[in-house]
Design a binder for this molecule. Structure first.
Ligand SMILES: [Zn+2]
Length: 315
């Protein structure tokens, strides 16, 4: 928390697009203070740019995609989650196709790439979007809600009509450490029937057991899960990536029940539409304020502990 960040050096990787099945080269480049996250299609004339912001979001059924004019970029969510996870504010993402490579279906390869490029702290404070009043979308069965909190916390509950995906919950504070060590390696998942249907419609051509956990009627087709919370952790990764289209990191508690890309995006749109329910706070000022609060709350505890110790010493 504090200052804006970019990367120290450009870095590239190659992979395949989940839906197109074609090869994609991705290059990350440093960007100046205040630039935000900018996607650029280098395979098109004049290399058109699309800022990664909610107003450019389209088509959120199976992946989060951006569109500006007639230029599109699909499946941005895991890369966006990696930027949010490491607190990267300003960066240029160059692609030579219409899709971010799926890599292994998780955010971990992008975290590796960002660490290899090196994180550069810039000289300007970053601004956080702090939730002051709750905002909810959905209904009693499926919903996503943001409530006030001093940090970015996510409590996610998934519940599919499948014995492997019944009522899984996780609640955690999305710090850089938690994202890198717990969330980043959780892979995307899909049902075998759904994958067959997508293929029939010309989608998921690049999908395989190398980049997704595929769930059959009785068991998963892969060798195993990376950890028992992999499904719910992946939903959390998706929500972090989708919400980062706000253009600011969040201070609030996301509670999601049976949600997905479309509810995450609807929530993001509602936040933009209801500016009376949030405020922008300077990261540097907010950190100082929290430290001061901590001092005030820790001090009476110390006094009590001291008093107790002295009483014991007298006895
Ligand atoms: Zn995903």
């Amino acid at each position: 928390m504090g200052y804006q960040k970019t990367i120290k050096n450009p870095i590239s990787c190659s992979g395949i697009g989940l839906h197109s099945g074609g090869k994609v080269r991705l290059t990350l480049k440093p960007a100046p203070i205040g630039a935000g996250i900018i996607f650029r299609r280098v395979d098109l004339p004049d290399h058109p740019a699309i800022p990664a912001r909610i107003e450019n979001l389209i088509n959120v059924n199976y992946a989060t995609s951006l569109c500006l004019g007639d230029v599109q970029i699909q499946t941005v969510e895991h890369l966006m989650a990696a930027f949010a996870g490491l607190g990267v504010d300003n960066i240029v993402v160059e692609l030579d196709a219409a899709e971010v490579p799926i890599m292994d279906g998780s955010a971990a390869p992008f975290i590796y790439l960002l660490h290899e490029a090196g994180i550069e702290v810039q000289s300007q404070t970053r601004y956080y979007l702090r939730i002051k009043k709750s905002i909810k979308v959905g209904d009693d069965d499926k919903f996503a809600m943001l409530s006030p909190a001093n940090e970015f916390r996510i409590s996610y509950n998934l519940d599919f009509n499948h014995h492997l995906l019944k009522n899984q919950r996780a609640s955690l504070v999305c710090s850089e450490e938690v994202f890198t060590n717990k969330l980043a390696r959780a892979r995307t998942f899909g049902f075998l029937d759904e994958v067959m249907e997508l293929r029939k419609n010309g989608l998921a051509k690049g999908g395989s057991l190398d980049n997704a956990v595929v769930i059959g009627r009785y068991n998963i087709l892969n060798e195993g899960l990376r950890f028992s919370e992999e499904f719910v952790y992946h939903k959390i990764v998706d929500s972090i990536g989708d919400l980062y289209l706000l253009g600011y990191p969040l201070l609030g508690h996301l509670m999601a029940h049976k949600a997905g890309h479309s509810l995450h995006s609807e929530l993001t749109r509602q936040i933009v539409k209801q500016p009376d329910k949030w405020e922008l706070v300077s990261g540097v000022a907010y950190r100082a304020q929290l430290q001061q609060q901590k001092r005030f709350t820790v001090y009476p505890q110390l006094q009590r502990a001291n008093a107790l110790f002295q009483r014991r010493a007298v006895v």
